[in-house]
Design a protein. Structure first.
Length: 557
């Protein structure tokens, strides 16, 4: 039986009893003819406070034009977004991960409330991308995710720079290695226009993951936000969603275990953000797919690191686009026998068929041949041990040390650790421990790019390690372990560590250990009490009561 393209909207607008609904829709410009066509939600997170999503209203118009051309009626839906880069290091950063759930809820609410037949979700900054996939998985109506694109790199003394350079510049300035004038010049040029942060940080990691799990058209993500091609990509996405609707293809048809494994491979092969662990676990939960934190380590261990992308490598996102984009990476991973080539995508083709369009730019060195990997294994590593019995995530995408042992420097919140770094109070070999920043404890699991970048900028990136029950930006580099679980608020071992305790990282053996006897830990646990909640009411308190641990994706239930 053919799929009914008006499988939901007919209940909203058909028949004499729906005259009042039609009348109200007429008032905002929809004709009777419009309401006889499939109704398609075009959701985005435009907000006038950051560059990441700033182009989305214009892109939405192009998507809507494509939907109209293909016989549908588009309706624009707007929700919120929080900039990680702007809120970094402040109380506002706690809103970021919480916004992932709110955006997902908003998409679900509008999808159900207006009986949409299909959806295009335009995404940009970090949390909006998994939220788009999570919303589609919940609604399970024909749809796709479209990335609005990366920002172009800035130019500083003839070199490409990104927001990562500004964060590290803060550390250089604090160490006396950058003048006030140079720091101001850098901040003025690093972000030259609209688009999400411009390297393989969380936004670009998740945007490319969307292509590899099949929810975004292959090749749509790597073109920049201000690239003229993006307009045509938007129109094509509008036409495509009508084809997806005609086929009756549903998000949960696409979001299989094999598709999610492809997403992990993509991130591992390009040195992508550790946030991919949180977000793919959350998407899996919404899609009803069994995915475990240990799967990331297993797949990463089998996947060569072949993307020479910042922050661990040399190149920015638009360099990857110029080199051949995501089809080139898919071709490489298929050649390696790793990618599940028969996974279906929103285009109606398998990912193997999509990879056939790959065109490699001669001489490019962004996506390397399999014979010349940067590392034989991927960048995502899961550590466990006495300090993280439920696991933690570390990115080993550059030239990080494989072992570290040093005394704990304990901080109960991010701001205190940042003050210590800027005051020169962190020494070589120290292990900076930032706790009570987990999903419940923060709440909201703040990113720590300010601290990690300041350590690198201060010249301590090669001699200091850091661990936290919070998380990291995709721009973080160095020996940094995040998502330590159980978190301090739940009484995990991280809550029992004390100043001067010896902590050891052993990457090869996948261990993170607190060198304190079981007897001493039992004594400390008997004396321990959780900190008082930072919020007693409102969205932050509600989130803290509902959220799961980082090891299961920090999802609300």
């Amino acid at each position: 039986m053919a799929f009914d393209p008006r499988h939901r909207s007919s209940t909203l607008v058909d028949g004499p009893d729906r005259a009042a609904a039609r009348s109200m829709l007429h008032s905002v410009g929809y004709s009777s003819d419009d309401l006889r066509k499939p109704l398609v939600m075009v959701a985005h997170e435009w907000i006038g406070t950051m560059p990441c999503n700033y182009s989305q209203r214009a892109l939405a118009q192009r998507v809507m034009a494509g939907i109209r051309e293909a016989g549908g009626t588009p309706m624009e839906v707007n929700t919120v977004s929080i900039s990680d880069g702007i809120t970094m290091g402040t109380e506002g950063m706690k809103a970021s991960l919480i916004s992932r759930e709110l955006i997902t809820d908003s998409i679900e609410l509008c999808g159900v409330g207006y009986s949409f037949d299909a959806a295009v979700v335009i995404v940009g900054c970090d949390k909006t991308i998994p939220a788009g996939a999570m919303g589609l998985a919940r609604l399970n109506i024909p749809g796709l995710v479209l990335y609005s694109g990366s920002i172009a790199p800035g130019q500083f003394h003839g070199d490409d720079v990104t927001i990562q350079d500004v964060f590290e510049g803060v550390g250089q300035h604090a160490a006396g290695n950058m003048s006030d004038e140079e720091l101001e010049l850098l901040e003025n040029v690093a972000c030259p226009g609209a688009g999400a942060c411009g390297a393989q940080y969380t936004a670009n990691t998740m945007a490319t993951v969307m292509e590899f799990i099949g929810l975004s058209p292959m090749g749509s993500a790597t073109s920049g936000a201000t690239d003229p091609r993006k307009e045509d990509i938007g129109v094509a996405a509008g036409r495509l969603v009508m084809e997806v609707l005609e086929r009756g293809q549903l998000p949960r048809d696409i979001l299989t275990r094999q598709a999610l494994e492809n997403g992990i491979m993509c991130a591992a092969a390009t040195g992508g953000s550790t946030n991919v662990v949180l977000h793919l676990m959350a998407i899996a939960a919404e899609a009803g797919v069994d995915l475990n934190i240990d799967d990331f380590d297993t797949i990463s261990e089998q996947t060569p690191l072949i993307g020479d992308l910042r922050p661990g490598g040399q190149y920015v996102a638009l360099d990857w686009d110029a080199a051949g984009g995501t089809p080139l990476l898919a071709e490489r991973l298929l050649e390696a026998g790793l990618l599940h080539g028969d996974v279906e995508t929103v285009t109606g083709k398998t990912i193997a068929e999509e990879a056939e369009q790959a065109v490699e730019t001669p001489g490019q060195r962004v996506i390397l041949p399999l014979s010349e990997p940067l590392k034989e294994t991927g960048g995502l590593v899961i550590l466990k041990g006495s300090l993280a019995p439920e696991g933690c995530v570390i990115k080993v995408a550059g030239h990080e040390r494989m072992q570290h042992r040093g005394p704990a420097r304990i901080f109960e919140r991010e701001e205190d650790s940042m003050d210590a770094v800027l005051a020169g109070q962190i020494n070589a070999d120290d292990v900076v421990v930032i706790r009570n920043e987990g999903p419940k404890g923060g709440p909201g699991m703040r990113e720590m790019l300010g601290v990690t970048a300041a350590l690198v900028g201060a010249g301590l990136g090669d001699s200091v390690a850091l661990l936290t029950d919070g998380r990291f930006s995709g721009a973080t580099r160095g020996l940094m372990a995040g998502h330590v679980a159980p978190e301090a608020m739940d009484g995990g071992p991280i809550a029992l560590a004390r100043e001067g305790d010896m902590i050891s990282f052993d990457i090869e053996n996948r261990r993170l250990d607190l060198e304190v006897s079981e007897e001493e830990l039992a004594k400390r646990r008997a004396e321990w009490t959780p900190q008082a909640p930072n919020y007693e009411h409102g969205v932050f308190a509600k989130y803290a009561r509902l959220v799961s641990g980082a090891e299961t994706g920090a999802v609300t239930r």
